[in-house]
Design a binder for this molecule. Sequence first.
Ligand SMILES: Cc1cc2nc3c(=O)[nH]c(=O)nc-3n(C[C@H](O)[C@H](O)[C@H](O)COP(=O)(O)OP(=O)(O)OC[C@H]3O[C@@H](n4cnc5c(N)ncnc54)[C@H](O)[C@@H]3O)c2cc1C
Length: 314
Amino acid sequence: MLTSGGFEYSLPMRKAFQEGPGVKGWCFYGSPYNTGDGIEMAILVGAALAKVSKSASRIEPSFPHGENYEKKGLKMGAMSRVSSSPNSCIVDNYGKRYTAEDIITDSTKPYRYQFYKEAVRYDMLNMIYPRVPSWAIFDENRREAGALISTTNSTAGYSFLPWSEDNMDAINRGWILKGDTLEELAAKIKADPENRELITAETLAETIRKFNEYCAAGEDKEFGRNPATMGPIEKPPFYAMKHYPGGPNTKGGIDADAQRRVLDWEGKPIPRLFTAGEISSVFKFTYQAGGNLTECIVCGRVAGRNAAAMEPWS
Ligand SMILES: Cc1cc2nc3c(=O)[nH]c(=O)nc-3n(C[C@H](O)[C@H](O)[C@H](O)COP(=O)(O)OP(=O)(O)OC[C@H]3O[C@@H](n4cnc5c(N)ncnc54)[C@H](O)[C@@H]3O)c2cc1C
């Protein structure tokens, strides 16, 4: 029975399956021990793969911390609380907004965990992924309003990631960039190699000027962000925190049928091998909150009953 989760922290599988610049430019905020072992074991006995490049993802921040970073360079993700909160907006590497930020986190909508599809949009004409990373830009009001990531669950909640409620620890570590002016902040973003010198101070200043104008008018004329989530970015110092495609978990993996028997490349069941959970998720990238755990329970019961009904090996 293979139930060892996804491949969030497998460097070779990220290289093989994930899109975007640099395999390290993704973040996940679930178990740091999900290294794709089950997928690797299944491949060794002839299992077929299905939709392995899919995940339950939007954009989230990640940080150079933990064993996976030290050994493989894979950053540790966290659940963002800043991506659609007042006094903040999301910009691409040019310093331009590209979305109504509230759709990234709106729990009433089925698409929030599919937002990564927007983030890995490829600009064919310039041959770049301009939204990896994206940047959460916010001001001192937002920093003071509380933790920028969830500190009650996920990696910080379970003490995998250090975080102080006033966010100062992350700022002091350099995980969040700080500038007394937007110009200074833009210069620091530009100095980050992942920005590839795309941002200009003028573009960022113009983005924030327009955003503040929409806040004052109570209407986001460009993207239609919910006005209840908006508030101006105006009180210095200003901050920038990188967000990458990512989320709770990868989803595709081993192919399996409705009986949760693992299938080979000809669609035939591999004898006595069953699977359940995100390692062989039926949802691909169309996850909505609640579906993952339901799938674990449903597929786990089906797989368990079928495995238990088999003749024991002599
Ligand atoms: C912060 C957070 C919030 C979430 N919220 C929700 C939600 O509200 N609703 C929802 O439906 N889903 C939610 N999810 C997703 C859900 O938790 C997962 O989809 C679900 O836990 C997947 O279960 P799983 O058993 O397939 O994998 P996991 O729960 O990841 O378990 C896999 C286990 O296998 C272990 N393992 C890996 N390799 C080996 C090995 N070689 N030998 C032995 N053990 C190994 C790992 O250590 C891990 O404990 C959330 C996820 C996170 C991270």
